[in-house]
Design a binder for this molecule. Structure first.
Ligand code: AMP
Length: 455
């Protein structure tokens, strides 16, 4: 997500470029809302940023304040109605909201609001905030201060009304948000890579539990929540964030290199070549190769015009997606013992096909090295990894997983080593998907389509 407030700027165009740098965070839909100071206009559609927007649509979005979003659905289906920013108009003002994360009290919240045509937790939040403004006559920051404590779970937000931009991180700060500056304009973005693309300066991370209010007078900070321990998603380091983004003071690329080095020390193997699974496995494979001395070879070619297969919604599309995306090169693989390095295995369908592909390309052995621990527990905080039954490692031993994947050997980086590689304190992270330790109460059932069932 992205937000910008300046004066005399083409906020929508800058947001477009910001979203372009954040495309990896969601590929189902893209949207931008813009205010000219009096009215908010929203344009959003299913598809990639560059498919949704063109010169003509951007030309129709003029004004100095904007919020943008790329969607990867974690609540509700992949439909136009569920794309963001969510917009509400009420008499004297309007708001547009972008949400990254997933609420854990969606059904309770829905219960307090009466019948609504909302199909996502993001819409419920927008409704609560809009009600505070329209019925209570509150300003956007006041309405947020009143509404935010009612939300539980993961919610990093960028919200705007006609004159103000606000960034929020929930008290645990599951999802990141940074503050940047471009000339006199202030920027909010999920990752620092979105600042780089604009040539903007990185100012700082928005803190867990912090609400930053940006208007023509500059930035002010408030803390509307009861304090809680910070729990940034560890998977941001493993998979989500771009390698060139900075989190907790370090580039993600460096952290992933260290993960690979530790993996080589923890799980050595005799092999001829280290082959990365592009692109998410590349830094870890580089670290693995450096530490093991096993040469790094690009044995898999990625079609750079195909997105991350996993993010597409249905399993059948995902299965087809792998072959569209990756192809093995017999010329470099044939007759070799291959260490295949990737960042994670979730459902296992991609990895199984990759092992087969590498064998078909002539590898004599295929050893899997994964730079994170087994993914065993569903995420309720904004990763659509499905319920436990879909997770390959949920109830399987290492041997069973190895045999399902058809590999000669398999080792996962241990959780302690992964956390060490980040250089941060162990209790800084949410590790729920890897450890089963959820930092908040979580719904008992997977609730992705909870609200859709009720309307
Ligand atoms: P699979 O073998 O089907 O579990 O897919 C493994 C691949 O999925 C790895 O290359 C990961 O980089 C990637 N992956 C891990 N987590 C996610 C996620 N939340 N969304 C999309 N892709 C993911």
């Amino acid at each position: 997500m992205f937000g910008i407030l300046g004066s005399d700027i083409d906020a929508a165009r800058l947001t477009y470029f910001g979203l372009f740098a954040l495309q990896h965070r969601g590929q189902e839909s893209a949207g931008i809302s813009v205010s000219d100071g009096k009215n908010i206009t929203v344009y959003k559609d299913l598809g990639l940023v560059a498919q949704v927007f063109d010169e003509a649509t951007l030309a129709g979005l003029s004004g100095p304040i904007a919020v943008g979003h790329t969607r990867y659905s974690t609540t509700g289906s992949n439909s136009w109605e569920n794309s963001q920013p969510v917009f509400r108009h009420f008499g004297w003002n309007a708001i547009a909201l972008s949400h990254n994360g997933n609420l854990t009290n969606t059904s309770q919240l829905a219960g307090t609001l009466g019948p609504l045509a909302a199909t996502t937790d993001s819409e419920l939040m927008t409704e609560v905030i809009a009600q505070q403004m329209s019925e209570g006559g509150l300003s956007l920051p006041e309405a947020l201060s009143a509404a935010l404590p009612r939300f539980e779970g993961a919610f990093t937000l960028t919200v705007m009304d006609t004159t103000t931009l606000v960034g929020v991180r929930d008290p645990r700060g599951f999802r990141p948000l940074c503050l940047g500056k471009l000339g006199e304009s202030w920027i909010l973005a999920s990752e620092t890579a979105a600042l780089d693309i604009l040539g903007a300066d990185y100012v700082r991370q928005v803190a867990p539990g912090e609400m930053v209010v940006i208007d023509e007078n500059g930035v002010t900070s408030r803390f509307p929540f009861e304090p809680a321990e910070s729990r940034l998603c560890l998977f941001e380091f493993v998979y989500f964030a771009r390698p060139d983004s900075i989190l907790m003071g370090q580039t993600i690329h460096k952290t992933r290199l260290r993960m690979g080095r530790r993996l080589a020390a923890q799980a050595p193997i005799n092999a001829d070549i280290t082959v990365p699974v592009p692109e998410s496995g590349m830094p870890a494979a580089q670290g693995f190769s450096e530490a093991s001395g096993i040469p790094y070879v690009d044995g898999l070619v990625k079609n750079r015009y195909v997105g991350r297969t996993f993010i597409e919604p249905s399993q059948s599309m995902r299965e087809r997606g792998v072959r569209m995306k990756l192809n093995a090169m017999p010329g470099v693989i044939s007759g070799r013992r291959v260490v295949l390095v990737d960042d994670s295995i979730v459902r296992g369908s991609t990895t199984r096909q990759l092992v087969t592909m590498v064998r078909e390309a002539g590898a004599t052995e295929v050893h899997l090295r994964i730079s994170s621990p087994p993914y065993r527990w569903p995420c309720f905080y904004g990763m659509d990894t499905g319920d436990r039954s879909t997770l390959l490692a949920a109830d399987r031993s290492l041997d069973e997983i190895t045999s399902v994947l058809g590999a000669d050997s398999l080792e996962y980086l241990e959780l302690d080593h992964l956390i060490e590689a980040t250089g941060a304190e162990p209790d800084s992270f949410c590790t729920a998907c890897l450890s089963g330790e959820y930092p908040t109460n979580v719904p008992l059932t997977d609730s992705k389509f909870l609200l859709e069932g009720s309307i």
